[in-house]
Design a protein around this ligand. Structure first.
Ligand SMILES: Nc1ncnc2c1ncn2[C@@H]1O[C@H](COP(=O)(O)OP(=O)(O)O)[C@@H](O)[C@H]1O
Ligand SMILES: [Mg+2]
Length: 144
């Protein structure tokens, strides 16, 4: 049984509220008292994943699970999915459109940064059926 489990809704193309879910996750982790370095790694993953759902995915949700030995983030969306996952993880690869780029997105570093910051990631995606990204962090005395 996880100590804590929280679900958040994410809306496609909602750039007004984009980023709010990651901020709330960050605030929960601070409240629990994890160390700043771990909170930073988790927040990077949460923000990049949330923005990917908003920009590239579809309506979806984030799930935060905190257990004695791990923190898990699961981002699920019902969007168009990813055709070539290996390509999507290539640094610099992005299908961001002009509107996204004008807002400063589209560096193609989100997925590579998630991979770098997490202890484990698992991605499932099918073209036309959405994407699930499971991101894990191991806890080893990460409080304070
Ligand atoms: N949830 C998603 N649904 C569909 N495609 C996605 C999703 N997340 C990422 N992608 C694809 O992977 C690419 C790379 O993502 P990322 O590394 O975060 O770079 P960026 O967001 O800057 O484009 C995106 O441009 C997009 O084509
Ligand atoms: Mg991205």
């Amino acid at each position: 049984m996880p100590d804590l489990e929280r679900r958040f809704t994410i809306r496609a193309n909602d750039f007004v509220n984009a980023g709010e879910v990651s901020l709330e996750i960050q605030s929960i982790l601070k409240h629990i008292g994890f160390n700043p370095a771990l909170i930073r790694r988790i927040s990077v993953c949460a923000y990049e994943s949330e923005m990917n759902v908003v920009m590239h995915g579809g309506d979806g949700e984030a799930l935060l699970k905190v257990s004695p030995n791990s923190v898990t983030l699961v981002f699920t969306d019902q969007g168009k999915g990813i055709k070539d996952i290996e390509l999507a993880f290539k640094p610099g690869y992005s299908t961001a459109n002009l509107k996204h780029r004008e807002m400063g997105f589209g560096a193609g570093m989100g997925l590579p940064n998630i991979k770098e910051s997490a202890d484990s990631i698992e991605i499932h995606s099918e073209e036309g059926h959405g994407t699930t990204l499971n991101i894990g962090f191991e806890l080893e005395g990460d409080f304070g």
